[in-house]
Ligand binder design. Structure first.
Ligand code: FAD
Length: 432
């Protein structure tokens, strides 16, 4: 049995308050990354802000819980150090980032092969060249793709003709083998879209980030990212367990009927809720499921003994990305234990654990039977769908003092959420 989870950190931080004023200059609805980023910009401009958050904690889709000494993020999630907003809004040093090895370990149904980035990790050159993930021509095309992305102006990647990622890969001449063994589990895992119907613009942006930076997690869980943003807000800014029920010019009605009057209102909820509150076009969702396992012993041999993401290149799943989290960041598990995340992108399956265990047993052997199932996360709205034609940087000022931000207004990522929040906060400040 696992003990009840507690959100990290356990003590109520000073930015949370229980009192609710009847009026303020700005109300921000939602304390995810976008809402926190917007609030900070507005407060730094000397304006008063009240953040109302429906749930019992900050961070939105980025939260970490402690369960029996293990740190479980709500769904397998990583940050890419190349995201520009991390360098403007976050003290990365204080997050104490722990990095995955570049590339991945790919399971082809009978063996594992390391596909590294030989330019950053020369020791992986031979294994990458011989990995059975595609032909030599595919590997030459990966090199050409890499050069194209490195030379590109990042801003231009989000313009130009837009098609699905899978169509773009076929246009570039990649074989079906490398698409299914490598691109679908890797990029489909990050975008929660194994079908690769997402815009090729987003694919280019993500791939460029993977090439130019590292894949990492904070030493004490992804939740440390929003915790850091929130710690920079003035004491008492955030009200937890306070859902907004309706928004109109100058007024927010809360779930319990109370009203807050405000000169400006920022809706920083996830896309589907924002659409409902503001009568905007619907936002479609990519779902996610993640099964977490703890082992009582360290894993000292095989692919899980390295700080690398394992991809199921057979695409049979249900898990497509398997990550030995505590091998990357030891603080994710108690001493001499291992925490394994088995991520099933694009899926909403609360009952999937027995199937995942059977799959992992076929990859890693009978020791998997002794692994302890710690939790299964299912997230209906993991990321907003971004099918082509996809245009980021959507309008944040809706008029009548109402603003909107979140990953659904920019790119569906941590970067998109933080950028959108900052952009929206700046628009609010210049409107006051
Ligand atoms: C499983 C998973 C894996 C992911 N992997 C990655 C990854 O590897 N890399 C990456 O860059 N991105 C990843 N993402 C996406 C990333 O987490 C999101 O894009 C980002 O966190 C969105 O932030 P946000 O502030 O826009 O929205 P949210 O985090 O959803 O914040 C919205 C907030 O509004 C609150 N709210 C909702 N309704 C109300 C209401 N009526 N009143 C008051 N408050 C309300 C919510 O409780 C929430 O706190 C992943 C997401 C998931 C779920």
């Amino acid at each position: 049995m696992t003990s009840a989870p507690s959100s990290e950190p356990s003590t109520a931080p000073s930015h949370v308050s229980a009192d609710l004023p009847a009026s303020t200059e700005v109300v921000v609805i939602g304390a995810g990354l976008a809402g926190l980023a917007a609030s900070r910009v507005i407060q730094e401009a000397g304006r008063s802000v009240v953040v109302v958050e429906a749930s019992d904690g900050i961070g939105g889709r980025v939260r970490t819980d402690e369960v029996d000494g293990y740190l479980l993020d709500r769904g397998f999630q990583v940050l890419l150090t190349a995201y520009p907003e991390l360098h403007t809004q976050v003290d990365l040093h204080a997050l104490d980032l722990r990095r995955f090895d570049p590339g991945a370990v790919v399971w082809d149904g009978s063996s594992f092969a390391t596909v590294g980035d030989p330019l950053r990790q020369p020791s992986t050159l031979w294994s990458s060249l011989t990995a059975p993930i595609g032909s030599p021509v595919d590997k030459a095309r990966i090199l050409a793709q890499r050069l194209r992305l490195l030379r590109a102006d990042p801003r231009r990647l989000l313009r130009g003709r837009d098609i699905t990622t899978i169509a773009a890969l076929r246009d570039e001449g990649f074989s079906e083998t490398i698409i299914s063994r490598f691109f679908q589990p890797l990029v489909g895992g990050i975008q929660l879209d194994p079908s690769l119907r997402t815009s090729r613009r987003m694919f280019d942006v993500i791939l460029r980030s993977l090439i130019t930076g590292d894949v990492a997690v904070p030493a004490r869980g992804m939740g440390r990212l929003p915790a850091q943003l929130a710690s920079r807000l003035q004491p008492g800014t955030i009200r937890l367990n306070t859902p907004a029920a309706a928004v109109s010019g100058g007024r927010v009605r809360l779930g319990d009927g109370r009203i807050i009057e405000a000169e400006r209102i920022v809706v920083a909820t996830e896309g589907p809720v924002a659409s409902q509150l503001l009568d905007l076009p619907p936002v479609e969702s990519n779902s996610a499921t993640c099964v977490w396992y703890g082992t009582d012993q360290p894993i000292v041999a095989g692919p899980l003994s390295r700080p690398a993401i394992v991809l199921d290149g057979t695409m049979q799943g249900p898990a497509l990305n398997i990550a030995p989290m505590s091998r990357v960041a030891p603080g994710y598990a108690p001493a001499d234990s291992t925490l394994v995340a088995a991520a099933c992108p694009g899926m909403y399956r609360p009952d999937v654990e027995p199937e995942v265990r059977r799959q992992l047993r076929s990859l890693f052997g009978p020791s998997v039977d002794r692994w302890r199932h710690l939790r299964t996360d299912t997230i209906a709205h993991g990321q907003p769908r971004q099918y082509p034609p996809f245009s980021p940087k959507r309008r944040v000022d809706l008029g009548d003092g109402i603003f909107v931000c979140g990953d659904h207004r920019d790119t569906s990522s941590l970067q998109g959420a933080m950028y959108s929040g900052r952009r929206c906060g700046e628009a609010v400040v210049s409107s006051l």
